[in-house]
Write a protein that binds this ligand. Structure first.
Ligand code: SF4
Ligand code: SF4
Length: 364
């Protein structure tokens, strides 16, 4: 089936008010106002950008979309989940303060930030995937309690997945901590010996007894944690409990498996909210790194191109890549860290998440 994707161009020197006006016109053209009824709780999924990142979608671009939902009597809120790794987004408190610093405070936007996976990412709901033989994925708990969801994604490159857009925003961005760990379980945790103080906290919390404390010689701590790859189930308890950030992962490996799992997690969200979701992709300040990394002007591939909207998550991803390829004059694979990001698109087709065939409807 051919999907409809709406598009409006933007430029790098355009005012926030102008982009905001275009975004809401696109929202209206895509029919997203019909997603919400009065009193509905409507999640607006965004990425607030890690500390030092300035490429995330500015909240000023989304003001009129928020007002549109409010004028219908609906109750929109920004939603996100905690990250696996240490940083300013590893728990809901630090993450809410970061969101505030990045312009997503209630006084800036008039709506609150609600973390769908609770305080430290443990809140989850299990969802069976009919198109994956009933496989169960773990989605952030309050996704199941929303009445509708608008997925607002910044198109970027990504070290592990090659490209991150709507599917990355859904699959990683709305999974519980265990759901994230499962995606990264193809990437085994290991101990950074320089950071490990030998406190044994991780070993005491490991549910599999996969961590042993081994003696080490020389000055400094007497003990070093060691993880048994055979026993480890990738639950992430060690990552969460270590106070010195000594537990880490090799984020670069096993991208194909990671992307397949990313798409299965995204399918879990779609299974919960089918027919009650809209997708908008923002192509601006596109670099080879995602918004979890600090911004660097040297990494800018596209300064500003436009905004897309569709009810079909696969069609909007395909259209985003096609537009970026056209602007770059080359295939985005040249900037994807050697990763074939189209694994995401092929997995989405297998899981019945949408269509790669689309018609692009450009607004004036
Ligand atoms: S919790 Fe961290 S510092 Fe303590 S033993 Fe485990 S890895 Fe080392
Ligand atoms: S991820 Fe879980 S099972 Fe693996 S070492 Fe850490 S706590 Fe143990």
């Amino acid at each position: 089936m051919t999907a409809q994707v709406y598009f409006v161009p933007i430029t790098a020197d355009e005012s926030a008010a102008s982009v905001d006006a275009k975004a809401v016109r696109l929202f209206d053209a895509a029919g997203f106002a019909s997603l919400a009824e009065p009193d509905d709780l409507v999640g607006l999924k965004v990425h607030f950008g890690e500390e030092g990142n300035t490429n995330f979608i500015p909240s000023a671009w989304l003001k009129s979309i928020v007002d549109r939902f409010k004028s219908q009597g609906a109750k929109p809120f920004w939603t996100e989940t905690s990250t696996l790794y240490a940083g300013q987004r590893a728990n809901a408190v630090d993450h809410a303060l970061l969101a505030h610093r990045h312009g997503y405070g209630i006084e800036d936007t008039g709506i609150p930030v609600v973390f769908s996976d609770g305080l430290i990412g443990r809140g989850e709901v299990e969802v069976a995937l009919p198109k994956a033989g009933g496989k169960v994925v773990r989605v952030a708990e309050d996704v199941a309690n929303m009445n509708a969801l608008l997925v607002l994604s910044h198109a970027t490159g990504h070290v592990a997945a090659g490209y991150g857009g709507a599917f990355k925003n859904l699959g990683m961005g709305l999974s519980s901590r265990k759901g994230k760990l499962w995606q990264h379980a193809v990437v085994q945790p290991f101990i950074d010996a320089e950071k490990c103080r030998g406190c044994g906290l991780c070993a005491r919390h490991c549910p599999q007894d996969a961590i042993t404390m081994t003696p080490r010689s020389g000055g400094g701590p007497r003990l070093l944690a060691a993880i048994s790859k055979k026993a480890c189930i990738g639950c992430g308890e060690c990552l969460a409990t270590c106070r010195t950030d000594a537990v880490t992962f090799d984020w670069n490996s096993e991208s194909v498996k990671l992307q397949e799992r990313l798409l299965e997690q995204a399918a879990g969200v779609i299974e919960l909210l089918r027919g009650r979701m809209g997708f908008m992709n923002f192509i601006h300040r596109v670099g080879s790194l995602c918004d979890c990394a600090p911004s660097s002007p040297k990494d800018t591939l596209i300064d500003a191109l436009g905004i897309l909207a569709s009810s079909d998550p696969l069609a909007i991803e395909q259209a985003t890549i096609d537009l970026m390829n056209r602007r770059l004059g080359c295939d985005f694979h040249r900037h994807s860290h050697g990763v074939d990001f189209e694994v995401q698109f092929r997995s989405a087709e297998k899981l019945g998440l949408g269509s790669r065939d689309y018609v692009l409807i450009e607004l004036d």
